[in-house]
Write a protein that binds this ligand. Sequence first.
Ligand SMILES: NC(=O)c1ccc[n+]([C@@H]2O[C@H](COP(=O)([O-])OP(=O)(O)OC[C@H]3O[C@@H](n4cnc5c(N)ncnc54)[C@H](O)[C@@H]3O)[C@@H](O)[C@H]2O)c1
Ligand SMILES: O=C(O)[C@H](O)CO
Length: 320
Amino acid sequence: MKPKVVLTGKTWPIPFAKLQEHCDVQHWEGPGPIPRELLKVWLEDAEGLLSVNHGTKVDEDLLDAAPKLRVIAQSGVGYDNIDVAACTKKGIPFGNTPGVLVEATADLTFGILLSAMRRIHEGWGWVRTGQWREVMGTDLYGKTLGIYGMGDIGSAVAKRAQASGMQIIYHNRTRKQDDGHLGARYVSFDGLLEEADCIIVLVPLSEQSRGMFGKEQFDRMKSTAYFVNASRGPVVQTEALYDALKHNNIAYAALDVTDPEPLPGDHPLLGLSNILVTPHIGSATYETRNSMAMLAVDNLLAGLAKKALPACVNPSVNYI
Ligand SMILES: NC(=O)c1ccc[n+]([C@@H]2O[C@H](COP(=O)([O-])OP(=O)(O)OC[C@H]3O[C@@H](n4cnc5c(N)ncnc54)[C@H](O)[C@@H]3O)[C@@H](O)[C@H]2O)c1
Ligand SMILES: O=C(O)[C@H](O)CO
């Protein structure tokens, strides 16, 4: 008999076929996210959980409802929705999808910075409404980019920024061994805020990073600063960002992630003229989403076969 697996949403044809070949799949097809109480019922006899994004909260309460669960996989690198300690306590390996989404997310992150600085989206907005207006922007060349969270994606953004002639400074929990090779200079968090012409946030959401960017941090930035968040919305205090933009304490923001997310159509941020918001599409290319889904399925199938997950977040309970 095939093991039962719960799939929380839409995935891609090839990884889905692979999953179905090996598992009996109970598949939530919407509308909206799977209701938590229903998920608990479905998990009563499931051996695997495949979460398609970070919208499903996995905590002790959910795990208690899933006595047979042997592996959890998520299509995504960020896992702030997963209580990893609770998984480990129950001996359940959890796998995410690092690496495969780096280039696509770096493109989008650098792309929204570029669009904000050169007003690409604004220019198109004028042209499409029949108004041929010149929109003035700011040079990237020669500016200092500050990256907060110099991991896989941050490093890939740094390469793109260097190619545009930017100087790179960064702040990270730990200094990178290879920052010389990246052409990036390590600075303190306050140094990053004060020195950078543009700041890109690419740090995972955690208890340490939650709300890290508030009034005090925006006040420290240059009034000409561009601010990009492509990590998770709650790293930024939305009201403080709104105030900083509204009063021109910083110049412009480009956000791929927001708090709340989705951002309601009547949210005050959307009434500002100095902001660009994209709907959390960092990794949203056909190729990358397919690779993410494939790695998530590989993590899941490995766990079900009691083999090591290719990308395991809690290696102490990974299968050997
Ligand atoms: N917008 C999107 O669609 C999208 C796509 C992929 C990832 N993400 C987000 O980007 C994040 C980063 O992804 P990644 O693949 O580069 O991860 P990564 O683990 O390679 O990099 C994260 C870096 O942040 C550092 N860090 C962690 N906590 C910190 C803290 N409190 N202060 C300073 N530095 C800290 C780590 O040392 C690491 O170098 C993910 O966790 C996810 O939330 C968003
Ligand atoms: O963390 C990630 O991989 C992206 O934000 C998609 O959830």
